[in-house]
Design a protein around this ligand. Sequence first.
Ligand code: SF4
Length: 177
Amino acid sequence: MLREVLKKEECAACRFCCVFRRQSLWEVPKLPAYFVEKYKTDPQGREIRYLRLADGILPQADGAFAPDGVITDLRDLYQTDDPEEEAPCPFLNPKSGCVLPAEDKPFECSAWPLRYMRMKDGSLKVCLTPTCPTVNKADLELLKQKTRESWHAQMAAYAETHPYIIMEYKEDFIVLE
Ligand code: SF4
């Protein structure tokens, strides 16, 4: 979705958005129901555990996500108590990147670092995650233009059938409209 501003090679070299600290678990991509049925094990054959956000047991960042949807449960992957420790997504190959075929890549991974957010006045806007080291170097006006031209429409269309991608607005996120 962001090919014009984010080159595949840049993502492959970074993978910042495919590993998660405990306090970032709310950023783990939410998944459609078919995905959970299709992917029961990771590429090494280990069982993948999933977590329903509705169960409310995920450490939340200021309630910043919609409580429906399912994510991979990474909580058992941490080896230490270090809050900086990162757990990788089960679909991340450390050498080659995401192992999922394009058709199964979670929408939020294709759209990252864009988020579709509900503002205080109830409107829905495309916002930029402030922590992506690459896109945040791009020209802000270009990002706003792309949002007007297509990104907003794409996110709104997906959210029609998958409303769990809508997050409550968080301070620091850059509103692209
Ligand atoms: S599904 Fe793929 S792109 Fe998304 S977080 Fe996991 S490894 Fe990264």
